[in-house]
Structure formats: C-alpha cells, structure tokens
Design a protein around this ligand. Sequence first.
Ligand SMILES: Cc1ncc(COP(=O)(O)O)c(C=O)c1O
Length: 365
Amino acid sequence: MKIDLNVLGRQFRLHQVEYEEAAVRVLRSGWYILGPEVEAFEREFAKYVGRKYCVGMNSGLDALTLSVRALGIGVGDEVIVPANTYIASVLAVTENGATPVFVEPDEYHTLDAECIEAAITENTKAILVVHLYGQAAQMDRICEIAKKHHLYLIEDCAQSHGAVFDGTMTGAFGDAGCFSFYPTKNLGAFGDAGAVATDDEAFYEKLRMLRNYGSKVKYHNQLEGVNSRLDEMQSALLRVKLSHLEELTEERQRIAEKYLAGINNSRILLPKIRGKANHVWHQFVVRVKDRKEFQKYLEEHGIHTIIHYPIPPHLAECYVRLGHKRGEFPITEQYADEVLSLPMFNGMKTEEVEYVIEVCNGYGE
Ligand SMILES: Cc1ncc(COP(=O)(O)O)c(C=O)c1O
C-alpha cells in the first residue's frame, strides 16, 4: 500500500458540491477582493473562536507580522518565542526589527511555561506562544505570566484551529490570535490565506488598515501598510470548510485515537495530550531515536512521512546573525533530531490507518 503524508484532494471531495457552488457564486458575483464573502467569513470565524473581531489576511505569516507591528513592537524590543517552532513565528518578530528570545519546549512540544520568566528582561514586550501540532500550550500559566509582567500575548494558532484549553478556544486567550489557512492546515483554504482574531477594537481597526496599504479611506494612507487582503474566493471556500470543521476535527481525532491505541513499539515515542487540553491533530508527531532508519523503513513500505521541523529557527542559516550555537537549546535540538510526522489527513481510510499501525509495530523486529 502507498500512503502519502496528506492527500488534499480527499478533503475537497468530502464536500465537493458545496465548494463548487461557493466558487461559482464568487465567480458570478463580479467582486473578488475584500467583499461580502470576506466580511461573512470574518464574522463567522470570530464567532467560532469566541472573539469580537476577525481580520482576514493573505497568510498566517502576515497575520503574525502585522499583529506584532500593530502592537507597536519593533527595534530594541524583545519577544519571547518558542525555540521549537516553525520559522514563521520567528520571522514575524525579526521582520519588525525586534529580537526573538528563544525558550525551550515542554514535553508537549510547546513553550515551557516554567522557563519563560527567566527569559524576561526590561526590553521584553510580548510572549508569542505557538500551539504546535494542534495542541494548546499551558495557557493558564502563560496568561498569568503575561499579565504579571504586563506583556502582550500573541498566539500563533496556525496549527490549532478548534484546539481548546480549559474551555477556551486557542486564539481567544491573547491580544491577537493569529491563524493560517494554508491548504494543509486543519481549516485550510485552496490557496494562501490567514486571519487575526481579537477583542480589541482599536487593534482590529489598525490591522484592517495595515492589510490594505495603511488606509481606511481609499488613497488616504495613514500607516505604512502592506497588501495583505483576503480574497472573496478563499473566504467563500473557507466558509464551507468552517461549517464542517467540527466533523473534520473529529475525524482527525478518531485517526489519532487509533494510532495511540494501536502503535505499540518501544522504539516509537507517541505524542502526549496535555491535561485540560484537547488535541486537534494538525500533525501526529512521534519521536524515534534512529529516525533516519525509521523514516527509510516506512518509505520502503510505501508510507511517506515528513519532519516538522529538522532545523530549529535558532540554527537557521538566516539567523546566524543572532549568534546562537548548537547545544544552546538541547531539548529543541533533540526534538528536531527525533520527530517524525505520520500520515494524518481528512479522508484517510481505515485500512490506511491500520496499515500504518501494522508497519510501525513491525519496525525493528
Ligand atoms: C506554526 C506556524 N506559524 C505560522 C505559519 C505561517 O502560515 P502561512 O504559511 O499561512 O504564512 C505556519 C505555516 O506553516 C505555521 O505552521
């Protein structure tokens, strides 16, 4: 059997007629950027997350970058970021001229709340928390620390649509909840898209200006903005997917439950679920000491896997200027050396899940 990491066509086919109807509706409308579909999606998504406002943008990176900018964070400021994350979380900080201060992850792969306070200085302006792989970070402690030190809290929810901590949706804790709708995400569009959710009206208005050349009124440019507008097509398609997100999440959870119950091999460390949190399984990430051999073995059995992420941001070539060295963040570096994402996607067949389990259990025999 051959199994890809993700087969995007399957999630499309699950609700094909609805997507096609939405697409045709937009094509026929004669209006393609920032229009009624965007407004409706923003309203519906804000409600879903449990926030007052939502601003649609071009991408998750823009959602993060413009949030950092709209909070007034820039040169000379420091932002606490997880060392164990996708580089976009860090680029949002450096793009604004601010300095990322890396903090190690806990056993759930997200920012270790107990290590944050040691990294705070008089220049710290914000904590940027990432709900990696689809599971919320330790939000009770992190909110407490942000409040105590008067820091902004920015949530990177690119991988956590629908993930909840203690009854609150990720994206509803911080000053800004930043989402990516990249096609492979749990709430994926059919192209690039992103959004910020917030309760703060002034912040919301500023983001709306920043995404559209810094203007509220056409040709009156009050801020040095960018072009990060969301289009009608992506919004209409996202509205369809949002209306099915709960069932899509449950499907991922059923696959994860099967993996967790079925994979039983002392060489493979399974992911853990945090107390008070659910998991929406954007990725199902295992850890294996001899990852290279394991990945090769899976590939030989037709199972395609990927590493999220092989090079942590502090060791990325583009950040040599930050002066970090290998060994500085040993937990992050160990994760980068051991993690592997197994196939996990909507529309994955039972026999495919069972095959992955069987092959995993046969490893090393
Ligand atoms: C954790 C995280 N943050 C931010 C992003 C950036 O999102 P986008 O690709 O939509 O710019 C991603 C996307 O891969 C991500 O995984």
